[in-house]
Design a protein. Structure first.
Length: 301
């Protein structure tokens, strides 16, 4: 399949140029009606709404801005972006930039990140083996079947020495790119929320952070993961996302920024563990990075 033409080494430089372009060109189309700036209630779509830290966040937002936050929980990653686009939500917070770029590109949409949250490592769990080296030849590993987490999973498995991807794994790789003859394991694609359930029957599974938390997976079961601090993981920064016409709304920007209130960050670490790295990239930087990813996707077709 086509590969991204922009190397990771050039990502930051191109993103910086794109940031200047965003600053010079302004906010894009204003054809759709924007939300008022004096919002009293904001509805946010999330995928882990039962986690206690969201209630801490809700209280901080109310105390700091007077705005009431309402959450709408989604168990299917395919739903929060259409819900935002259709104005059932004011914001969502469940996805990284790579996932957002895929959605925008495939659907002709222009949703925009307005506040960074964190990068979480994508771990390989195993309840049978203590390291990738112990996994026997021909074993099966479950990975999420949504395109962006699937590709990232292949990167993790290749870095762990479990598979070989023709041309090297990148953010557009699929199982069809895996060199099966040169690989130690076979990959099995399943719905993201089902990955943890495969640990009993398979050698291991790549499990997203929120599903790992819900399944109460122990960090002791992690045998490999990517590095959330690396520049190469910038496309995997999670973010609050708004409609394009609302990306400069001061109320929404303030609400997104309050994710990094010390009280909120402490609660997040308590609920989700210490594995994530908080990110405070500016909205402009996030939007520039998103444009780079989208341009690469368009160019790789």
């Amino acid at each position: 399949m086509p590969k991204l033409r922009l190397s990771l080494a050039k990502f930051a430089a191109v993103a910086a140029v794109a940031t200047l372009g965003l600053t010079a060109c302004g906010g894009g189309s204003d054809e759709a009606a924007a939300l008022p700036t004096d919002l009293k209630t904001v509805t946010i779509g999330v995928s882990d709404g039962a986690e206690p830290y969201w209630q801490v966040y809700k209280k901080v937002v109310k105390d700091e801005t007077g705005v009431d936050v309402e959450f709408k929980n989604f168990s299917d990653y395919n739903q929060p972006n259409p819900a935002l686009d259709q104005k059932q939500l004011d914001l969502n917070e469940f996805q990284h930039l790579q996932y957002l770029a895929t959605y925008n590109t495939k659907n002709g949409k222009d949703l925009q990140p307005i506040g960074a949250t964190a990068v979480y490592p994508l771990p390989l769990y195993s309840t049978k083996y203590d390291s990738p080296e112990q996994i026997p030849q021909g074993s099966q590993i479950a990975i999420p079947n949504d395109p962006t987490n699937l590709a990232r999973s292949l990167i993790v498995l290749e870095n762990a020495g479990l598979i070989k991807v023709k041309g090297g794994a990148n953010s557009t790789s699929t199982p069809a790119d895996v060199d099966t003859e040169a690989s130690k394991v076979k990959v099995v694609t399943v719905d993201a929320k089902m990955t943890a359930q495969n640990l009993d029957s398979l050698a291991g599974a790549i499990v997203n952070n929120n599903y790992a938390t819900a399944a109460k997976l122990s960090e002791d079961s992690i045998i490999a993961q990517d590095d959330p601090s690396a520049e190469a993981t910038k496309p995997y920064i999670n973010a609050f996302v708004a409609r394009n016409e609302d990306k400069t709304n001061p109320t929404l920007l303030k609400i997104a920024a309050l994710y990094h209130d010390p009280t909120v960050e402490k609660a997040i670490k308590k609920d989700l563990g210490e594995g994530g790295v908080f990110k405070e990239n500016s909205p402009e930087d996030l939007q520039a990075a998103l444009k780079v990813i989208e341009d690469n996707m368009a160019g790789s077709k």
